[in-house]
Every structure is written in C-alpha cells, then in structure tokens.
Design a protein around this ligand. Structure first.
Ligand code: ADP
Length: 347
C-alpha cells in the first residue's frame, strides 16, 4: 500500500490512488504481486497512465525480479444525491386540480378563506385536500382545532410518506404539525422551500378533486420556487377592498403572469367586503370601501369569484377550529357559493 501512495492521480488534485480508494485488492505471492485498481468508468482516459505508474511504483520498491501484474475492475459510482429534495409527483397522480390560494400581503384572510373554501367544497361533495404552505404562519392546525394531532407516516420503498389528517370531510396537511410556531418563523430560503415541497409532494393525498395550497403571503422567491416545484394548475387571489391591499393584488397577479411562472388566475376573492353586525344580518357597512374587488378584477380581466363579509362568526370559527363554512348562516353559505363558482370554472 505504501508503495502505491507514490502514484498520484493527475486529475484529482494530485491525490494518490490509495487515498482515492482506487486500490481494490493486493495479492502478494512468492515472487509476485498482483494489484487490482478500481475505476469509476469504462473509458477512463487516465487508466493506462495509472496502471503503468502503479506497476512502476511496485517494481521500484519490490525485490528485484518480482512479477508485477495490475488488473482493473469497473466500480460504478453510486449516483450522487442532488442537493435538496428529489421528490416526484407520484402522490399527486390522482389529484385533479391543484390550486394555489395566494395574497399579495398577509392579514387579508387568505388562510381563513382557504380553510373555509376547502370545507365548502367538501360540503358540495367534492374530495378535497388542503396543504397549508404558509411557513411563516401556519394556521390550519388552529383553524381546524387539530393542534394536538400529529400526522402518521408510512414507509413506501425508501421514502416515508405522510398521511394527511382528516376532519370536516377534508384532508389537511400543515407545516404547523411538525414545527412550533417560533421555529417556523426562522425558516428561510431553501430550508423553507424544501419543507414546503415535502409537505405537498410527500403526502398520501389519494384521489382528490381539489388540492388547495395555502401559499405564504407575498410574492417573493419562495413563491416562485413553490409554483415551479408544484404542478399547480393556477391560482386564486384573496384581497380585502382596501386600496393598499389592492395594490398588493397587482403584485400577486403579476407574479402568476410573469413569464417564468405563467399560470392562470382563476379569480379574485374579496374578503372583508363589508361588515355585517350579528344582530342586524341584513345590514352592510362598507368599512374598507365599496367595489374595489370588482374594479381590480375588471382591470386584470379575471372573474370576481366571491365576496365574503367581515362577520364575527368567521373570526370565531377560525379561533375555535370550527370553520364558518360548516354552518347554514349567511357567512357559511357565502363560502358555499364561492366553492360552487370555483368548481364551475374548473369543470
Ligand atoms: P392571512 O392568512 O391572510 O394572514 P388570516 O386568514 O389568518 O389572514 O386572517 C387574519 C385574521 O382575520 C384572523 O383572525 C381571521 O379570523 C380574521 N378574518 C379573516 N377573514 C375574516 C372575515 N371575513 N370575517 C371576520 N374575521 C376574519
């Protein structure tokens, strides 16, 4: 072995063939030495050079007259794992429509709408899943009162597959089941992207009519990467009627229409469109302005899918984990109407 350390590999930073693990075997008999060198590929351009150098090194060091033979074998290198996750789309193979639920900024009620839309679609008889990909504030566990639950995993070949939780007729998955809220906040860039991909691609969704993806708010790199990595059919955008929020809608629209993303936007959902007090269900107070959602939808040539009022029961439903869309109150039915419209467009 020591003798063979004299043989340096010119293409590997002059490391010797011993430290490169190329010396597969050494057999020393009476007056003979046979060395086997392992090469990673059949036509290694340096093979002859290395065989000759190995032979010369042994002849230099061994007693005179020793018979030296150098044999070779081919050892294919194990394929290198690509950095990041290498997940396929198998678990999505029975999902008909994958729709991103996006918003230009946080706090417009995107998660509330996503959760209630999922429940409303299930009420209409569709098979529905929701992946809560809002790494910076996962809300599905709280909004469905399943914080204490932990999804199971099963082993599928070499990979684990996560089983979604099922409640209210919907299959749920959230990064919040695996990370404490304060942990999620520190995730950045590739780490967040990988966690999100896993949360969508490594989940046994089974047969679904709709898989909604509650996207993180905003329009950064993480969104672009999410839209690239997940075979989303398109998106819906949630906004409030406020001017500021509407300016953010523009960013959201542009993100999906960007050349590198280029996904259809199926519609705009105007959340908090008006305020209706519980004791006066017929009254509408346009506290954030009136008609903003329609104007924006017209401007971008996308349908206004629905208007959801701001009512106390929607907020309470989010806090208690019983989504408003389960009820027969007007706010519950507003979500059902929204679900009908989306299903109609995607039919
Ligand atoms: P986002 O996902 O856009 O950050 P959330 O869905 O978390 O926003 O909603 C923010 C807060 O507003 C929550 O407390 C939620 O209950 C409340 N909320 C959202 N939509 C409504 C609504 N239509 N009526 C009453 N409260 C709402």
């Amino acid at each position: 072995m020591v003798w063979l350390q004299e043989v340096e590999h010119p293409a590997k930073g002059d490391k010797n063939i011993v430290e490169l693990g190329m010396v597969e075997n050494i057999e020393a008999g009476e007056g003979s030495i046979t060395v086997t060198l392992a090469f990673a590929k059949h036509r290694d351009p340096l093979a002859e050079y290395l065989i000759g150098s190995a032979k010369a090194a042994i002849i230099r060091n061994a007693p005179a007259g020793t018979q030296v033979e150098v044999k070779t074998i081919i050892k294919e290198e194990a394929p290198k794992k690509k950095p990041g996750l290498d997940l396929g789309f198998e678990e999505l193979s029975e999902v008909k429509h994958i729709i991103g639920i996006a918003s230009g900024k946080g706090g417009v009620g995107k998660s509330t709408v996503a959760v209630n839309l999922a429940v409303a679609l299930a009420r209409l008889g569709y098979k529905v899943g929701l992946a809560d990909a809002d790494v910076y504030g996962p809300s599905v566990p709280k909004m469905t009162a399943s914080e204490a639950d932990m999804p199971d995993a099963i082993v599928n070949g070499e990979q684990e597959v996560i089983l979604p939780l099922e409640k209210y007729g919907v299959k749920w998955m959230s990064i919040g089941y695996f990370a404490k809220p304060e942990q999620a906040l520190i995730w950045r860039g590739p780490m967040a992207c990988n966690a999100l991909k896993q949360m969508i691609l490594q989940v046994r969704w089974g047969e679904l009519d709709f898989l909604l993806i509650d996207m993180p708010p905003g329009t950064g790199d993480i969104h672009i990467s999410l839209v690239h990595d997940i075979p989303m059919e398109g998106a819906v955008i949630v906004s409030t009627p406020q001017d500021v929020a509407l300016a953010d809608v523009e960013k959201g629209v542009n993100m999906f229409r960007n050349e590198s993303v280029n996904k259809p936007i199926f519609g705009l959902i105007e959340n908090m469109a008006w305020f209706t007090p519980a004791e006066h269900p017929d009254e509408k107070y346009y506290i954030f302005g009136q008609g903003g959602g329609q104007r924006m939808a017209d401007k971008y040539g996308i349908p206004l899918l629905g208007q959801i009022p701001i009512v106390q029961s929607i907020r309470e439903g989010g806090d208690t984990g019983e989504p408003a869309a389960l009820s027969t109150r007007p706010d519950g039915l507003a979500f059902v109407a929204l679900a009908e419209k989306l299903a109609e467009i995607l039919k």
